[in-house]
Design a binder for this molecule. Structure first.
Ligand SMILES: C[S@@+](CC[C@H](N)C(=O)[O-])C[C@H]1O[C@@H](n2cnc3c(N)ncnc32)[C@H](O)[C@@H]1O
Length: 262
């Protein structure tokens, strides 16, 4: 491969759709779940890969990590689209927040954490494993990739925590005040899972069990959707699903399980 080809970022330009606060659910989870890794790092470098037409969600992630984990966090927003890198420049706040051109190879950076949201959704399912491998191979030792999908306003979201060995956990998250039923989350599964929501697949069984638990918890709706969700999560656990975390996370409309699912 020629040096020029080697320098070309891995991936393709896709739609740049984004929205302020769209990624707040995953950001809050990252602050709670990845703080230890960031606090232990000599260089608390984070990459937001594929920030889109405006850098707003990269700006927000940096602010949330700086406020919630450590003020010296360094966030680099990487985009494969050079025009989007140029457009983001006015939002830069070096050294804590910068923007650069890059793809799945992470532009030679060695971050502790990568967030790649609504990026792989526009790729073919067959490209997912290679993209995960390229990104995790570029991480600092012990680093992680958070890869997922959400709807336009961030009311329905899901993500995988992935390390050098592969996916470790799956999280589903919803704005409970607008959630009709947990089955709605099926449309916003990570690319690797969206076509696996079919009978016989563990993720299908999970969403079905969560939906059944939500229906069974209908009487709790009197006390609000949060109580109903908490009851549904409790039922999931009672029926043997290895639900992680604790009510502090669940009450936010989150559910995290180890991956692979049983
Ligand atoms: C739908 S936007 C997502 C924006 C933001 N992350 C969000 O969730 O709101 C996807 C962006 O990913 C970028 N992208 C696609 N493949 C990429 C790659 N391999 N490396 C870096 N950026 C990529 C696209 O150019 C696009 O701007």
């Amino acid at each position: 491969m020629s040096p020029a080809a080697r320098r070309r970022p891995f991936g393709v330009v896709t739609r740049g759709t984004t929205n302020p606060n769209r990624l707040r659910r995953v950001d809050n989870w990252i602050v709670a779940s990845c703080a230890d890794r960031l606090l232990a790092a000599d260089d608390p470098l984070v990459v937001d890969l594929g920030y889109g037409a405006t850098p707003v969600t990269a700006v927000e992630l940096r602010a949330r990590l700086a406020a919630g984990v450590r003020p010296d966090v360094r966030l680099v927003g990487l985009e494969i689209d050079a025009a989007r890198v140029a457009a983001a420049a006015p939002a830069a706040d070096p050294p804590g927040l910068t923007f650069a051109r890059g793809g799945f190879e992470l532009a030679g950076l060695r971050p502790v954490l990568v967030r790649a949201f609504n990026v792989l959704r526009q790729y073919d399912e067959s490209e997912v494993a290679g993209a995960w491998h390229t990104m995790t191979a570029a991480l600092a030792p012990g680093g992680v990739l958070v890869e997922g999908t959400c709807d336009e306003l961030g009311r329905l979201a899901s993500w995988l925590l992935i390390d050098a060995e592969g996916p470790r956990t799956l999280t589903l998250a919803a704005k409970l005040t607008t959630l009709g039923s947990p089955a709605e989350l099926a449309e916003r599964l990570p690319k690797a899972l969206i076509h696996r929501n079919v009978p016989g697949e563990p993720v299908h069984a999970l969403i079905r069990a969560l939906d059944d638990a939500w229906q069974a918890a209908a009487p709790y709706a009197t006390f609000g959707p949060r109580q109903r969700w908490l009851r549904a999560v409790a039922q999931l656990r009672e029926t043997g699903w290895p639900v992680l975390d604790n009510p502090t996370r669940w009450r936010r409309g989150e559910l995290t399980l180890p991956w692979p699912l049983p």
